[in-house]
Write a protein that binds this ligand. Structure first.
Ligand SMILES: NC(=O)c1ccc[n+]([C@@H]2O[C@H](COP(=O)([O-])OP(=O)(O)OC[C@H]3O[C@@H](n4cnc5c(N)ncnc54)[C@H](OP(=O)(O)O)[C@@H]3O)[C@@H](O)[C@H]2O)c1
Length: 341
């Protein structure tokens, strides 16, 4: 089947998935019989474009990389009309994350699912705030709502629990879900103070100008909510997750941990206990011997505690153009390989 793909958001991840699809076009066709055409793109910065026969993606990548607006196949359709009226069978929602309202992404997701189009997204908003509702709409319309990229970018997490770990009872998931804070804690161990490290993280593009979402733990909290609801069926809201970030960690705390052969990590935790699912985000001192302690820099890692395998730890990138673009590819391929079932 030749898939028709639409992208809402043509930023880092939108361009990442386009580059991967163009680079691997022949490989994907030969290996998986996967063929595609990208027919719709909507972006605040570059404009909305539609061509039912396929857009000129190389030109659009060039224009976006040069911060120029699109010039070809422009359409008057707004995002919702484009989603509903386009010939796409898969819509990739790749606009910004809002963990308070879920907007504007939630409107895009709902419109796509209600009009019988699969959704693939790396946007945490709809997944953390509205997963049960969106999954229900997807099921009613016989389409998929796939969100691998919302936790640890393309490092397999959600698909791991649903695929290779299916059949294991997962009683606990603990890990490093935010690369920025892990980078900062790693650098603080080299002797720098919090404020100094934050400035460097901002200069390197790891932390935003307003770093609150990362350093206060809100980003990790969204991911904990997603894991609790999807892997453990907790039915919780993001505000149910107790959350403390790294802003109070001092150089003295770092030295104290070292003296005990431990190091600080911002740990997101989801655990089944006495019939309940207990969640949290908070800095913890982890013993050097634990696999999570060795994960330094902007890397993510999760340890799954299972009944049949014991602990399984996965370590990998939690951000990046190609790394997150891959999460979109893997979910698109899953739709292709299962024929959307
Ligand atoms: N980048 C990563 O490594 C990564 C990793 C995991 C998850 N994610 C998530 O993936 C999503 C995309 O991330 P990104 O890094 O690609 O973000 P980005 O570079 O900021 O790109 C988002 C694009 O969407 C556009 N946009 C915003 N609101 C829109 C709207 N209502 N309609 C149409 N276009 C709109 C933006 O335009 P303006 O710039 O003009 O607003 C921008 O071009 C986010 O939700 C992010 O949290 C990203």
């Amino acid at each position: 089947m030749k898939h028709t793909i639409g992208l809402i958001g043509f930023g880092t991840v939108g361009r990442g998935i386009c580059e991967i699809l163009l680079d691997k076009k022949n490989y994907l066709k030969e290996k998986y019989g996967f063929e595609f055409v990208i027919t719709a793109v909507a972006d605040f910065a570059f404009g909305n474009v539609y061509n039912p026969d396929g857009l000129d993606i190389p030109l659009m990548l060039k224009q976006a990389n040069e911060k120029q607006k699109f010039t070809k196949d422009l359409t008057d359709y707004d995002n919702i009309k484009l989603i509903k009226n386009s010939n796409c069978d898969i819509i990739c929602e790749l606009t910004y994350t809002d963990l308070t309202s879920g907007g504007p992404a939630i409107d895009h997701v709902r419109a796509a699912l209600e009009s019988g189009k699969h959704i693939v997204t790396s946007n945490k908003g709809p997944a953390a705030l509205f997963y049960p509702e969106m999954k229900k709409i997807a099921d009613q319309n016989n389409v998929k709502f796939l969100i691998e990229g919302t936790v640890c970018a393309g490092t397999p997490v959600i698909n791991l629990t649903d695929g290779p770990l299916a059949g294991c009872d997962i009683s606990k998931i603990r890990g490093i879900l935010n690369g920025t804070t892990n980078y900062m804690l790693s650098e603080m161990e080299k002797g720098m103070a919090y404020e100094e490290v934050l400035k460097i993280a901002q200069e390197l593009g790891y932390a935003e100008a307003d770093p609150t979402g990362d350093v206060e733990g809100h980003d990790a909290r969204g991911k904990v909510t997603i894991l609790a609801n999807i892997v453990m069926g907790a039915g919780i809201k993001i505000t149910d997750v107790p959350c403390r970030g790294i802003t109070k960690i001092t150089s003295e705390d770092i030295e104290n941990a070292k003296a005990q052969n431990k190091r600080w990590k911002l740990i997101g935790s989801v655990e089944k206990k006495d019939g309940k699912v207990i969640t949290s985000v908070s800095p913890e001192m982890i013993d050097y011997s634990h696999p999570l302690a060795g994960v330094m820099g902007a890397t993510n890692a999760l340890t799954f505690t299972t009944d049949l395998l014991g602990d399984v730890t996965i370590v990998g990138p939690g951000a990046g153009k190609i790394e997150t673009g891959f999460s979109i590819l893997t979910d698109i391929l899953s739709i292709h390989r299962t024929n959307g079932k």
